[in-house]
Write a protein that binds this ligand. Structure first.
Ligand code: NAP
Length: 151
């Protein structure tokens, strides 16, 4: 199944038209739009369509870094630890490696956002749009355990 995001836009609608003219690949094609009116229009034209908004596309769970380390440890059989480095020490290390000040500021701001929990929202968009729930990190790590082990 190929999901065409932006299927109602300039590029997506041209792509959809090409599939219509030449035939869809095996597994079919699904068009994505944010609007109920547009999804109805697409379906009326014989297109398989789904409603979804990718502004808040997320994975299956909100995880702390410690939980990420735990999942990687479980999948690889090797201990992976999360070390909570205070922002001042992180900034000092970056500066020590010659990272320019604007980038140090940008990275510290980014991690301040994570610390404040702004990345903790979980939406159901992947399942709504694809019909399948997103993989958990534990599943992803298990599927690619050899790569994570460096084998
Ligand atoms: N056209 C060009 O020549 C060109 C050149 C270079 C790069 N690009 C880039 O290619 C992309 C598509 O270009 P385009 O010209 O086809 O754009 P467009 O005609 O403005 O269409 C935008 C599409 O994105 C969808 N969309 C907007 N926000 C979304 C969201 N939050 N979640 C899911 N879908 C969303 C819209 O779907 P709904 O309104 O139906 O929800 C619409 O189908 C853009 O990022 C553009 O910057 C375009």
């Amino acid at each position: 199944m190929i999901l065409i995001t932006g299927a109602t836009g300039n590029i997506g609608s041209a792509l959809l038209e090409q599939y219509r003219a030449k035939g869809a690949p095996s597994g079919g094609v699904r068009a994505l739009t944010r609007g109920a009116d547009k999804v109805a229009e697409l379906r009326a034209g014989g297109v398989e369509a789904a409603i979804g908004d990718f502004d808040h596309l997320t994975g299956a769970q909100a995880l702390s870094w410690a939980e990420v380390a735990q999942a990687l440890s479980a999948a690889t059989g090797k201990e992976v630890r999360y070390q909570d480095v205070p922002p001042e020490a992180f900034g000092a290390t970056l500066r020590g490696h010659g990272v320019p000040e604007f980038l140090v500021g940008a990275l510290l701001s980014l991690y301040a956002v994570y610390r404040a929990g702004y990345a903790a929202t979980v939406t159901d968009d992947v399942r709504c749009v694809t019909g399948s729930a997103p993989r958990t990190l534990a599943q992803f790590a298990a599927d690619h355990a050899a790569a994570f082990r460096g084998a």
